[in-house]
Design a protein around this ligand. Structure first.
Ligand SMILES: NC(=O)c1ccc[n+]([C@@H]2O[C@H](COP(=O)([O-])OP(=O)(O)OC[C@H]3O[C@@H](n4cnc5c(N)ncnc54)[C@H](O)[C@@H]3O)[C@@H](O)[C@H]2O)c1
Length: 337
């Protein structure tokens, strides 16, 4: 039986602990938090031993798999210690604070043949899973644009990452997952220093190799929580509410009726609106089960270390673009359409 533990049991880590407790075929063996009150509270709640250091966990209950849920600036050192001890790691997003750190983690996991998954949780949102399935079937036809809105009130506990790295990384990963093409150029605008000493407000624009656009509107300056994703295609518009796990399709009546007949689009008119039935589940439980499956079956997890690294690369490029006021190009720029 696999032995599992959680390191860092704050806002998200306590949810990892709750989920791990119920994973079948897994023995949940302990939690770690440098704050003894948090460690004891979550340990007691889940009926597992609580430790105040990673070293104590490794010494007393050597786990096989660990969720790393410490603040982002500690992902690297925590992850490296675990990988060095041959322990499979589910790293909360983002993979690390810098590309060098992320690359070192990916290289270490590869070298040791250990699973390193990254917690880009929206891939496990059932509405996203259904959206991706339908996009792949061609229901929207050619994808022209993906728009992501992620607006929140300010979280004072996040002190080591700005809104691009902390929040927009979810949407960058989602766009990469849905479009499945390299990003060839991007430009970002940020407002900094309003609530934190990093970016608080972010608007970004990117282009995929095949020509599709990605638009990101992300901030923690909004007194309500919005998580909205739309995909505009030749055959219509998907609208996804990531919070309520709802998915709608607004059909373009002017598009040719056969999904595979990607012929010339003659116009856009309002057609039927379809509410798509979603079998709801908890994304975190699906993410953790996917990680366990990867460890057991020796396969890649749905979000690999390389995925986490690429998403961080794009996020850092957006931050730099916002600072410099210049676009970033990767390789050959695509011809404008
Ligand atoms: N996937 C998601 O949707 C999601 C949501 C929230 C946070 N996160 C990520 O999870 C991470 C944690 O975020 P959070 O919001 O839970 O933060 P948090 O501050 O609420 O929790 C972090 C916990 O780690 C503990 N900690 C700090 N240093 C430690 C150390 N050296 N060893 C052990 N424990 C230590 C803290 O005491 C705290 O309890 C961040 O990287 C964040 O980006 C992901």
């Amino acid at each position: 039986m696999l032995k599992a533990a959680v390191v860092g049991v704050g806002a998200i880590g306590q949810n990892h602990a709750r989920v791990w407790r119920g994973v079948s075929g897994v023995d949940f063996v302990g939690v770690v938090d440098s704050d003894p009150t948090a460690a004891t509270r979550v340990g007691t709640y889940n009926n597992v031993p609580a430790f105040t250091s990673l070293e104590a966990l490794l010494e007393k209950v050597k786990p096989d798999v660990v969720s790393v849920c410490v603040p982002t600036s500690l992902h690297y050192e925590t992850g490296l210690k675990l990988l060095d001890a041959n322990i499979h790691v589910l790293m909360e997003k983002p993979i690390a604070s810098s590309l060098e750190q992320g690359e070192a983690l990916v290289a270490k996991a590869k070298d040791k043949g250990i699973v390193l998954a990254v917690g880009h949780i929206e891939r496990f949102n059932p509405a996203v899973m259904e959206l991706r399935r339908r996009l792949r079937e061609g229901m929207a036809g050619r994808i022209y644009k993906v728009l992501a809105q992620r607006l929140s009130p300010y979280p004072p506990r996040i002190r080591d990452a700005g809104v691009v790295i902390d929040l927009a990384s979810h949407d960058i990963d989602l766009m990469r997952y849905l479009v499945s093409e390299p990003i060839t150029r991007l430009v970002g605008e940020t407002l900094q220093g309003i609530n934190s000493d990093r970016e608080d407000m972010f608007d970004g624009l990117l282009r995929f190799q095949g020509g599709a656009l990605g638009v990101l509107d992300v901030n923690w300056m909004t007194p309500t929580k919005v998580r909205r994703l739309t995909v505009t295609g030749a055959r219509g518009l998907f609208e996804c509410n990531l919070l309520s796990q709802e998915l709608f399709f607004y059909e373009n009546e002017s598009a040719p009726s056969q999904w595979d007949a990607l012929s010339v689009l003659r116009g856009v008119t309002e057609g039927n609106v379809l509410g798509i039935r979603i079998q709801r589940h908890e994304p975190l439980a699906a993410e953790i089960n996917d990680f366990v499956g990867a460890v057991r079956d020796g396969r890649a997890p749905t979000v690999t270390g390389e995925d986490g690294l690429e998403t961080l690369r794009i996020a850092l490029a957006f931050v730099q673009s916002g600072k410099d006021g210049t676009p970033v190009h990767y390789g050959q720029p695509v011809a404008p359409r």
